[in-house]
Design a protein around this ligand. Structure first.
Ligand code: HEC
Ligand code: HEC
Length: 320
């Protein structure tokens, strides 16, 4: 009886609490994003603090959305690595997004944005969700009028982008280990790092200090009956780019379940099992996935390593 009634109760709550349910409060530390952590390539440009502070306010401001119900933080939740714990996010009027909202950590190091890289700069990117029908569904001009203060379109983009640039994650035990503090990683984590760098082949795409080559690959995520989604091809119109999606960073990844562009993998264990079987077969499958050999023990160690990449040495700020 109870189990039959439960879904209805949830639906009623979701409808009644429309506005409230989406609101996410700013509980970040006052100096959030001020300093770039150890272990990452240096970003040269210093941060514009006034601009970032404005961007921070706007990131949590539901007035940007058509009906005032959704803010950026509704889908990019701070305690989930600024990703969405739901496979598909919910925007205005209960509309759902076709893709999973990715983590926004370390996007200052991004070379292109969105899973198919269709946008080139963060300044342009941050205005897209405001107008997107499934997200905030509001013309930017309308959003600007509501915020007031005579802000221009460019200033809005610059402010949001400056705040997003401060969403750093670094200084993990892996960075400490690679810097010579050998006790920073436990045995399983160390073995996992080795699998990542050798027979797991993870480094082939998740490379460099941010564990991403910022390039596009076909791992077979989203393949149905042997056919891949468009992915990067949507941007380049080149058939060879069918099924290719942007390599996400592995930093902070323990915070941002579920995984992949469609949120199809629930846990890190599931992701590693996906690679263990060589991804999903399709004509464009990346050759780097051929012949990956991971034992069950390797898989456990890999997961431990991925979790270590999500802690900071101080263990603060990222929800350790
Ligand atoms: C309704 C949910 C929703 C809202 C609201 C939302 N986003 Fe997103 N965001 C997404 C989804 C889904 C994607 C991935 C879409 C894709 O790749 O096609 C995304 C992608 C992004 C990316 C690209 C990240 C990358 O690595 O490529 C950035 C940056 C971003 N959002 C910032 C923002 C900002 C800033 C706001 C507020 C102005 C915002 N988002 C509002 C769901 C949302
Ligand atoms: C051929 C390049 C390639 C290789 C090799 C590779 N990855 Fe990936 N990885 C990707 C791409 C591309 C995605 C996103 C796929 C998608 O959503 O369509 C991804 C997604 C992920 C995600 C999900 C992250 C998120 O935020 O959703 C994790 C975790 C991950 N990979 C871990 C690994 C591990 C561990 C290995 C080694 C066993 C590995 N990857 C090997 C390219 C690669």
């Amino acid at each position: 009886m109870l189990s039959a009634r439960l879904p209805l109760v949830l639906v009623v709550l979701a409808l009644a609490g429309g506005d409230v349910a989406h609101q996410v409060k700013d509980e970040l530390p006052a100096d959030f994003g001020a300093a770039q952590p150890f272990g990452l390539a240096r970003e040269v440009r210093p941060r514009d603090e006034a601009r970032a502070a404005l961007g921070r306010k706007l990131f949590f401001d539901p007035r940007l959305s058509r009906d005032g119900s959704v803010s950026c933080a509704s889908c990019h939740l701070p305690e989930h690595g600024f990703a969405d714990p739901r496979a598909h996010s919910v925007g205005v009027e209960g509309r759902t997004t076709p893709r999973n909202a990715p983590s926004l950590l370390n996007r200052a190091l991004g070379k292109s944005f969105f899973w198919d890289g269709r946008i080139e700069t963060l300044e342009q990117q941050v205005l897209q969700p405001i107008e997107n029908e499934n997200e905030m569904g509001n013309p930017v001009e309308e959003a600007l009028a509501r915020i007031g203060g005579g802000l221009s379109r460019d200033e809005l983009g610059a402010a949001l982008a400056e705040f997003v640039r401060g969403m750093w994650i670094g200084d993990s035990p892996v960075d400490r280990f690679q810097g010579g503090e050998f006790s920073a990683l436990g045995v399983e984590e160390r073995l996992g790092l080795w699998v990542y760098e050798s027979k797991g082949r993870c480094w082939r795409c998740h490379s460099g200090p941010n564990f991403s080559d910022e390039d596009f690959h076909d791992t077979g995520v989203g393949v149905r009956e042997g056919e891949a989604e468009e992915g990067r091809m949507h941007v380049t119109h080149d058939e060879r780019d069918r099924g290719r999606f942007k390599t996400p960073t592995l930093r902070g990844v323990a915070l941002s379940a579920p995984y992949m562009h469609d949120g199809s993998q629930a846990t890190l264990e599931d992701v590693v099992a996906f690679y263990k079987r060589g991804g999903n077969a399709n004509p464009g499958l990346d050759t780097a996935l051929e012949g990956i050999e991971i034992t069950d023990e390797d898989a456990r160690n890999l997961v431990a390593f991925l979790k270590a990449l999500s802690r900071t040495a101080e263990g603060e700020r990222t929800g350790r």
